[in-house]
Design a protein around this ligand. Structure first.
Ligand SMILES: [Zn+2]
Ligand SMILES: [Zn+2]
Length: 91
């Protein structure tokens, strides 16, 4: 179960809108949360906002294409999207 603080943080992250759409110049696309895989319990994994198209679309998303192809296709890495997200959150 997420703590109140975690829920608050997740809400703020989702409210930023899709981080990849933002990278492409479009801000505020409604987003869901993508957990970045680390050797950590899921509740400690960093999250980034991605719209459904960039999160789950069959040939357009990080899950549909896999991280490597996704990063090649869009010219930005998951870690760079995380850095962008953290800087927008002021962290
Ligand atoms: Zn997007
Ligand atoms: Zn995901």
């Amino acid at each position: 179960m997420a703590t109140k603080l975690e829920k608050e943080k997740y809400r703020k992250i989702a409210e930023l809108g899709c981080s990849l759409c933002r990278h492409q110049g479009q801000e505020g696309t409604p987003a869901e949360l993508h957990h970045i895989r680390r050797n950590l319990p899921r509740n400690l994994a960093p999250v980034i906002p991605l719209c459904p198209y960039h999160h789950r679309g069959s040939n357009t998303s990080i899950h549909g294409m896999g991280r490597k192809r996704f990063e090649q296709e869009y010219g930005i890495t998951e870690e760079q999207l995380l850095a962008q997200t953290e800087s927008l959150l002021g962290e």
